[in-house]
Ligand binder design. Structure first.
Ligand code: PHE
Length: 347
């Protein structure tokens, strides 16, 4: 084999061994560059006779062309391989099942709250919202709680490490009843000079907090407060409104309600409201769902209203309690553990 043939073979071998385009260009320089083998061969032509130059020159040119076409072939092969790899990396398997976005849903307690709001809204109640960190006055004093009432104690109420203007610790509201005071005072201010003042008819759903934790109590829970104050609002109206609410909420016409005498500092008289289902697994058992009563005159005064002219009722019910009864859940803690298997059942 002559030297030119060997050169072509070497070039083919080295080009073939170059794994990347960059290394291929280095290999190219060794053969076709300024100091490359082919260039060296061409330089040697100077020493030959014109006759020899002609044949040798033509042979070298042929050699050069063969090396160039080997280079082009290898360049193309590397480019093809790169494209193949890219296509493989970006391959789309259209037979794979689609990735679905997780189906979110409302928490059962949120559903319950929305249901409560919709029913009371249909009965002409406004829906009010207020702070969860409360002053001592709003949570207790304005609601006619005596200074030494047990609800004020550290065992029952969470306190925040901050004081109000009067130097009293702020609390995480232990019930939604402070919203009676906040809403009624805002209403009285808004309708100042309006005689008679339009009725206050409001519910206030929201989070509440107590130092309490077992199967039926959670340190954070939800209540919904209700308040109706006017010139002629009686216990009878409470019975009608609450009975209607329960029938709509539980979608049951054979529910019974019982108003069991009780005590709250902010209502007089006061009652616990119990319900009994006419059918289903809980049939015939009395179940407590809400505290209630006629708003105490001292509280009406703290609303900024004359208790001789304005009278009405309030109630405060536990939303988890209602959710448990409606959905047949027997442990309140399930609502707050965040277990998807439990929560997904409600959507
Ligand atoms: N705030 C009371 C509680 O948390 C419930 C209640 C509200 C009672 C309104 C009477 C009137 O237990």
């Amino acid at each position: 084999m002559d030297d030119l043939e060997q050169l072509v073979e070497r070039a083919e071998r080295e080009f073939g061994a170059a794994p990347t385009p960059a290394e291929l260009e280095n290999a190219k320089a060794r053969f076709l560059g300024k100091a490359g083998s082919v260039t060296e061969l061409l330089k040697q032509l100077a020493a030959l006779t014109p006759e020899q130059k002609k044949t040798r020159g033509a042979q070298i040119n042929q050699t050069k062309q063969r090396i160039e076409s080997a280079l082009l072939a290898r360049r193309q092969a590397l480019a093809d391989a790169e494209l193949d790899a890219q296509l493989r990396a970006e391959a789309l398997d259209v037979t794979l099942p689609g990735r679905r976005r997780g189906g979110g849903g409302l928490h059962p307690v949120s559903r319950t709250m929305e249901r409560i709001e919709a029913i009371f809204a249909s009965m002409g109640f406004e829906v009010a919202d207020g702070p969860e960190i409360e002053t001592d006055w709003m949570s207790f004093t304005a609601l006619n709680n005596p200074e030494n009432h047990p609800a004020r104690s550290m065992q029952d109420t969470f306190y925040v490490d901050l004081k109000d203007e009067g130097g009293r610790w702020l609390n995480l509201r232990p019930h939604t009843s402070p919203m009676q005071v906040r809403h009624a005072r805002a209403h009285a201010a808004r309708y100042k000079g309006c005689d008679p003042m339009p009725d206050i008819r409001v519910i206030a759903p929201g989070r509440t907090y107590r130092v309490d934790s077992d199967a039926t109590h959670s340190p954070m829970f939800h209540q919904c407060e209700g308040l109706w104050i006017g010139q002629n609002v009686s216990f009878k109206d409470l019975k009608v409104v609450f009975t209607q609410f329960c029938r709509l909420f539980f979608e049951s016409d054979d529910l019974q309600l019982r108003f069991r005498p009780s005590f709250f500092p902010f209502t007089e008289p006061s009652a616990e409201i119990d319900i009994a289902f006419g059918s289903g697994p809980l049939r015939g058992r009395w179940l407590e769902v809400s505290g209630s009563g006629q708003v105490h005159p001292n509280v009406v005064r703290n609303f900024g209203l004359d208790p001789e002219r304005y009278i009405g009722f309030a109630f405060g019910m536990g939303a988890e309690r209602l959710a448990m009864l409606r959905y047949g859940v027997d442990d309140m803690r399930l609502f707050f553990e965040g277990d998807q298997r439990f929560l997904a059942q409600f959507n």
